[in-house]
Design a protein around this ligand. Structure first.
Ligand code: SAM
Length: 216
């Protein structure tokens, strides 16, 4: 194990001791899980939002898949991790904040993200908070964008009733036993991608000259 990896494991463990519910794991995710959760990401995905990056296990994998550093928004609630991420990824947009407030920030100059990668401990969150996070995340993505969530549990960590209420569907895309503990990854998408308010506005603008021609 490299010095950086030992350092990350130590920082992570110390953060877990101080706030076990927020950190929710004793060590950063391993390479195998990082590969699975980023497996559908390519350089064509465009901007990516990462929720709860911690020491950056998934961030490294996203960069290796061709995501540009300045096309990454890293949303982290732990100040110890946010400081570390800003130092390591100076071109990424690291925001020290609660992911439930995602709706309130502008990212990438208003460009829509192609995916959200979540390392958040959603199983220990109240439903209202999970709803705010999902609504914020889907509000920042293209209508066909995907939200990826990992879990150590035996099923999707977002309950079916909650997915139904938000018009979302979850599919297990893979898992790995080579993580401590073993983990699965779910892709969550809109059932019927609805155009966002921004997309509807752009469509109206495109249609405007034609309607002007008709009335002239
Ligand atoms: C299980 S760790 C995952 C860290 C990293 N993604 C990994 O897999 O190694 C959970 C991470 O989510 C962060 N976190 C927890 N609640 C959060 C919230 N409400 N908003 C943003 N980050 C949060 C924690 O500080 C921690 O970095």
């Amino acid at each position: 194990m490299s010095f950086a990896a030992v350092n990350d494991t130590y920082s992570f463990f110390r953060a877990w001791l101080l706030d076990p519910l927020r950190v929710a794991a004793v060590a950063p995710s391993g390479q195998a899980l990082s590969q699975v959760i980023t497996s559908e990401i390519t350089m064509e995905t465009g901007p990516v939002i990462e929720l709860g990056p911690g020491t950056g296990a998934f961030t490294r994998a996203l960069l290796a898949r061709g995501v540009r550093e300045d096309d990454l928004a890293l949303i982290e609630y732990g100040s110890e991790f946010a400081v570390m991420l800003r130092r390591r990824y100076p071109k990424a947009h690291t925001l020290w904040m609660d992911a439930r407030r995602l709706h309130s920030v502008e990212l990438f100059g208003g460009r829509r993200a192609g995916a959200v990668i979540s390392g958040l401990p959603v199983l220990s969150m109240k439903p209202r908070k999970v709803i705010a996070i999902l609504e914020g995340a889907f509000g920042k993505m293209h209508p066909a964008g995907s939200f990826y969530q990992f879990t150590y549990g035996p099923a999707c960590p977002i309950p079916r009733a909650l997915l139904d209420r938000l018009g979302l569907k979850a599919t297990r895309i893979g898992g790995t036993l080579a993580n401590v503990p073993p983990a699965s990854v779910y892709r969550i998408r809109q059932r019927q991608p609805r155009p966002s308010a921004q997309d509807r506005y752009s469509a109206d603008l495109l249609a405007a000259p034609r309607s002007l021609e008709k009335t002239a």
